[in-house]
Design a binder for this molecule. Structure first.
Ligand code: SF4
Length: 419
């Protein structure tokens, strides 16, 4: 049974942690040894299931919501009149182990406000991870927030015990950050990110030479940007994300739509949250940059600095580049096939593998599970293409949106008919 005092802290500090979205798990292999507890593998976290088959997640909490800073966009800012709490090191260790043993969680995501100073806070975060690993033999997933301004020694220790470390960029531009958090600067996070990048790469090399060399943040580092609190365009946001992928070997950049929590007139007014679709479009664009070979400037540009909200960015690119279509999937390069709306990364690989044995026809694509109703406008061989070959980009867009709409309506009616 959890003590009343710990329960109260848990309520406050798990609620405060919900604004940090950078906690999905990354890949990490941490084998169980010496009869330890848990085992991270494959997708990076322990896959534990409750008896009824539910997949359980990470314990996501703050160590404390006390903070010496006053970032206008943050619920934990020092000027905010809220209930404050702080866990002790042992409380977090006990909660993690207790929940883990009960199969409630697969690992720990631990962030924190900054009390006293960065080293003081980081030292506690590290102590928790160290205790879990060395005293409790915990092999589950640990994601620690790295505190900007903490010493390299502490960051190094954190990397030894955690699977993933993250430093949040917060606002996509320095100007936006200065507006809402005048005490902060992007260089405060970029410097430790560079340090972590070097350590991660160095430890990987060491492991190649000696498999007994210690792991260092095997699931890499990630960061988060708050979207919509300031006026940055998607071009600026994606440009920044691209910089982090290229220059910092970032595993993930997360986009967190700003939830209005303050009457501060530097911020959007309460009641005007960032539409969830903007977040979704940014994640889709991010995916195109990382896995589909798109440059940021192909997705957004100075003429159109924001993503379309009504269509996904891949379809948007195709409609702006109709000169690239139709594509003959029996001959085209895989890189171009991946760019066809309705054909994903894996489907493109299946197409290239299958066409070695036969000339592919539309039915083959349908059997492969491709979104043919969308792809057909961009394919050279399909007879529907012949019917649609005179359509303009705008007309194709309307057709696709209509099909999408009737699909949603059908799905909705089918769901209603179940009640
Ligand atoms: S430093 Fe972090 S926790 Fe503190 S107010 Fe700023 S964003 Fe919030």
């Amino acid at each position: 049974m959890l003590k009343e005092r710990v329960l109260q802290k848990l309520e406050i500090l798990s609620d405060a942690a919900k604004y940090d979205v950078s906690c999905s798990s990354g890949q990490s292999n941490r084998k169980n040894k010496d009869k330890g507890l848990g085992n991270s593998s494959g997708s990076g976290i322990c896959h534990s299931f409750t008896e009824d088959g539910r997949c359980v997640a990470l314990l996501k909490i703050l160590l404390t919501n006390h903070c010496i800073f006053d970032c206008a966009y943050c619920v934990s800012r020092k000027s905010n009149d809220i209930k404050r709490a702080a866990f002790t090191v042992d409380e977090v260790v006990d909660l993690t182990i207790g929940f883990y043993r009960r199969n409630y969680i697969e690992g720990l995501f631990l962030s924190s406000g900054i009390f006293d100073n960065p080293d003081y806070t980081m030292e506690r975060l590290v102590r928790i991870a160290k205790k879990l690993r060395l005293e409790q033999n915990f092999n589950g997933y640990i994601h620690l927030k790295a505190i900007p301004g903490a010493s390299d020694e502490l960051l190094k220790e954190a990397g030894i015990y955690a699977d993933r470390l993250s430093l949040n960029l917060e606002m996509p531009t320095e100007q936006g950050l200065k507006l809402l958090a005048p005490d902060k600067s992007h260089k405060d996070v970029i410097k430790p990110m560079q340090y972590l990048k070097t350590e991660i790469a160095g430890h990987k090399e060491e492991r190649k030479a000696n498999y007994k060399a210690p792991l260092f943040a095997p699931a890499g580092q990630s960061t988060q940007m708050v979207i919509g609190a300031t006026k940055e365009s998607d071009l600026e946001i994606l440009g920044m994300a691209d910089y982090f992928y290229q220059q910092m070997n970032m595993r993930r950049v997360y986009y967190s739509g700003y939830v209005p929590i303050s009457h501060d007139n530097r911020l959007p007014s309460i009641g005007t949250p960032v539409p969830i679709i903007r977040e979704n479009r940014l994640y889709q664009a991010d995916w195109l940059i990382r896995y589909y070979g798109f440059n940021v400037n192909e997705i957004v540009g100075f003429n159109q600095p924001n993503l379309d909200l009504d269509i996904d960015p891949k379809l948007g690119w195709a409609l702006r580049n109709m000169n690239q279509f139709p594509v003959d999937i029996n001959r085209a390069d895989i890189e171009l096939i991946k760019r066809i709306p309705g054909i994903g990364f894996l489907s493109a690989q299946k197409i290239v593998a299958a066409r070695k044995f036969k000339k592919l026809v539309p039915q083959d694509l349908q059997k492969m599970g491709i979104a043919y109703s969308r792809a057909k406008y961009f394919l050279a061989f399909s007879s529907p293409f012949l019917l649609h070959k005179d359509l303009t980009a705008l007309q194709i867009k309307d057709h696709i949106l209509d099909t999408q709409k009737s699909k949603y309506q059908n799905d909705f009616s089918n769901q209603l008919s179940l009640f």
